[in-house]
Design a protein. Structure first.
Length: 135
């Protein structure tokens, strides 16, 4: 009757590889940081994930407040860990809110999707308000 004692160990051993298969990339940080406002237009948008991503199955897209696509180019990954996807912003962004939509696929090839937002401040309006205020 040693089978019952071995059975739980066998179940755990079989479950471990299955656990590894259900791991999917999750966003752990971004630049610009999610839900922040930056003073000037960023030169690039970066998304860092919890695991290595498959570059050909991963992407970033940028959308303005009116849901219009904003061009990105020069997609790269961090050479040291393949967890970070970066896209250059070729044209300065006008002040407003932006949404970065990401898709990232890990080792199993299953793409995960998500998004984060950030804002670009209207520095001209801030400067005008500062110069108009009495000193």
């Amino acid at each position: 009757m040693r089978l019952p004692a071995v059975f739980p160990t066998l179940l755990i051993a079989l479950a471990l590889p299955a656990t590894a298969l259900v791991m999917h990339p999750k966003l752990v940080s971004s630049s610009p940081a999610a839900n922040t406002t930056v003073a000037t237009s960023p030169a690039s948008v970066t998304a860092t994930f919890n695991e290595k991503i498959t570059v050909g199955l991963s992407r970033l897209t940028l959308w303005d407040a009116a849901s219009r696509a904003v061009a990105l180019d020069s997609f790269t990954t961090a050479a040291d860990d393949n967890k970070t996807l970066t896209a250059k912003v070729p044209t300065p962004l006008v002040p407003g809110r932006y949404t970065v939509r990401w898709q990232a696929a890990g080792g199993d090839g299953h793409p995960m999707k998500g998004e984060f937002t950030f804002g670009v401040a209207d520095n001209k309006q801030t400067e005008q308000m500062s110069s108009a205020s009495p000193r």
